[in-house]
Write a protein that binds this ligand. Sequence first.
Ligand code: PHE
Length: 504
Amino acid sequence: MATTIRERWTSRPLFIFAAIGSAIGLGNVWRFPYLTYEYGGGAFLIPWIVGLIVMGIPWMMMEFGMGRYFQKSAPGVFEGIGKKWEWLGWWPVWVAFLIVTYYTVVMAWSLRYMVSSATMAWGVGEAGAEGAGAYFFETVLNLSSGPGVLGAPVGPILGCLALIWVILFFIMFKGARVIGKVAVWTVSIPWALLVVLLIRGLTLPGAIEGLNYYLTPDAVALRDPQVWFGAFSQIAFTLSLGMAGMFAYGSFVAKKADLTNNVFITSFANCATSFFAGFAVFSTVGFIMQGLNIPVGEVSASGLGLAFVTYPVAISMMPVVPALVGITFFLCLFLLGIDSGFFLAYGGVISPIMDKFGLSRIKATAIVCVIAFLIGIIYTTSGGLYWLDIVDRTVSFYGLLITGALACIVIGWVFGAKKLREHLNETSDIKVGAWFDWLIKIVVPAGLLFVVIWGGFKEDIFAPYGDYPLWAASMIWVILGVTLILSFVLQAVKTRGPKEASES
Ligand code: PHE
C-alpha cells in the first residue's frame, strides 16, 4: 500500500489557535454566564473547574492523542482499535454534521443582526426596548405556531446562510494549512471585541449590580445535583468534545510534537474566555435592570433570548453610538461561531469522509457544504426555531455525551488507557500520571452517563421535551436511532481507503 502523507498544521501556534477557535463559540458568551448566574453564582465555578480538571482535560488529551496515534480522524481511529468499533467513530460524525447544520443558522441570524444594528431596526430608546422581542420572533424569524407548521424559508436568513456556506467552503477546501491561519484571526478579533464590549458594559450605570448577580456565591447550590450536571455538560460542550472533530485536529499534529501542554493551553484559554465574557454580558444585564427598573430574574439572560432580544434591548437604551455597539457585538458572535463551524464541518465530517472514501478534499468539501446548507434550510422556515431546539437537544446533549462516554470506555478498556498515556508522554512537556488511566476508564464515562440518565432521560422520557407535541419531541429518539444505524452501515461499506490525503 502506498504511504500517504497526512496533512499538517504548519506550526504549533496555528494548531493551538485552531483548537482554541473550535472551543470558543457562542456557548462562551451566552451559555456560560447564564449557567453561572442560574446555578449559584460564584459557587458554580467550583463544579465547573472540577469538571474541567477531572473530565475535560483528560478527555481532550484522549481525542487529540488517539487522532495523532492513528493519524486518522474518528472513524479511522476506532477502525484501528478493531474493525468492529468503526461505527463508534461514525456516530459522532453524524452528531457534528447535525450540529453544523443549525449552528450556521444561528450565525446567519448574527449576520442579519449586524445589518439590523446599523439602522437599529428594532427601534431606538423605549420603543426599541419594547420592540426587540417582536422584532426577533416576528420580523426576523417569522415564527409559526409550532413545529408542525413549517411555512416558507425566510428570505434574508436564507441568504445569510448561503453566504456563510460559501465563506466556509473557501476556508476549508485547502485544509489544515489555511484553517490554522484563519483561526488566528477568528480567535484574536473576537477577543479584542470582547474587551471593547466589556469596557462599554462596565461604564454603564448598573454594571456593578449586574456583576453581583453574576458572581455572588450561593454555596447551597452545590448540594443540588442539577448544578453538577449543568457544569459537566457545559464543560463537554464548551471544549467541543464528543463530536469527532478533535480526533481529526489531533491527527494533523506531527508525531513528535507536544500534546498535553497544548491541551492545557487550549482548555484554559477557552475557560478564561467564558469567565471574561460573563463580565461583558452581566454588566450589560445590570444596565437593563437599572434602566427598566426590573429585577434580573425577569431579564432573559439565557441562550437565544440573551443574544437576540436582551442585548438588542440594551443597545437601544445606550446613550452613545448604540449602532456601533450592536455591530461589534454581532460581529463578535459571528466570528466566534465561524471557527467552530469549520471545525465541525472539516474535522468532524469532511476529514472522515476523505479518510474513508478517498475523495479529494475539494470534492468532499463541496458535497458536505451543499448538503448541510440544504438541510439548514429547514431551520430558516417559520417553524425552524422549534426544530433547531429539538435537534440541538438531540445532538448537543444526548449525542455528544453518549458517544463521548462510549468512546472513553472503548479507548480506555479495549485500546488501553495506559498505552495512550505512554503515547502522550513520549513527546510531551507535561507528563501525565497513572491517574489518567482511571479518569478515562471510569470517572469520565461514569460521569457522562450519570448526566445523560439523571439530567436527560429523567426529564425527556416521561414527558415530551420542551412541551412540544409528542410526535415532535420523539424525533430526539428517532434521530439518535437512525444515526446509530447509519453508523453501522458506514462501517459495513468497504472502500479503498484514502487516495490523496497529502498536502503538497
Ligand atoms: N464549543 C462551542 C461553544 O462553546 C460549541 C461547539 C459545539 C462548537 C460543538 C463546535 C462544536 O460555543
